[in-house]
Write a protein that binds this ligand. Structure first.
Ligand code: CA
Length: 229
């Protein structure tokens, strides 16, 4: 997709900073959409094929970290955090939540757009939940996933986990990213919790397609969904 059609969601409550970012993105040929609250940002994500999210950590209605955790339940869109605090703690927390990059204020607009381009090159652009590969149907409104015509009988965590994989076929998710996507309290879960759920998911998928193995293990990295099933 050409950059001019790529929507970049900017979530930032400070107008001066947001206007600088919006101007820089327009200059680079992107289509920026600026929102000042987490609630508004989630509404945009539910409707628009957002290619990238630029996310301020300190928002009026929720923290950027909470917003990231919330959007990760449904969207695999790349996220870059902006923070006023240049602490290692923020960086670690952000990356554990599934952020793709991190930038401390003050930063130059050019540095931000360069980072966005770098992440987009790695992640191959937008990943809307509807972009399920052949053989899959994901009805997000009914929280229902079908594979090869068979509706899968999934637990809540299995549904969220598979939903995250389905939102970005081919993308390798770390166990941490999958935990963030599927569990309300990722800290309470362990790597092997994800592994155990992948195992039960694979068993359920075999009931729909005995010869199918749509979830790929990337040793030492995590899991991905096959793009051709
Ligand atoms: Ca702020």
């Amino acid at each position: 997709m050409p950059p001019s059609r790529q929507i970049i969601l900017v979530v930032e409550d400070e107008a001066v900073i947001a206007e600088t970012i919006v101007y820089a993105l327009q200059t680079e040929g992107f289509t920026p959409v600026w929102k000042t609250t987490g609630r508004e940002a989630l509404a945009v994500l539910a409707k628009e094929p957002v290619a990238f999210v630029v996310l301020d950590v300190g928002l009026p209605d929720m923290s950027g970290f909470d917003l990231c955790r919330e959007l990760r339940k449904r969207h695999a869109v790349p996220v870059i955090f902006l923070t006023a605090r240049s602490g290692e703690v923020d960086k670690v927390v952000g990356l554990e939540l599934g952020a793709d990059d991190y930038l401390a204020k003050p930063f130059s607009p050019r540095e931000l757009t360069a980072r966005i381009r770098a992440v987009l090159r790695r992640s191959n652009g937008p990943t809307a939940p509807a972009a399920a590969p052949a053989g899959w149907t994901h009805d997000a409104a009914k929280c229902r996933i079908s594979f090869r015509g068979k509706t899968l009988d999934l637990t809540r965590n299995e549904y969220r986990l598979l939903g995250a994989l389905l939102a970005a076929p081919g993308r390798v998710f770390s166990r941490e990213q999958l935990m963030t996507a599927a569990w309300d309290d990722p800290g309470a879960s362990l790597d092997r919790t994800v592994d155990a759920h992948i195992k039960t998911l694979r068993a359920k998928l075999r009931t729909a397609g005995p010869d199918a193995d749509p979830i790929v293990t990337h040793r030492g990295l995590g899991y991905a969904l096959r793009e051709d099933t």
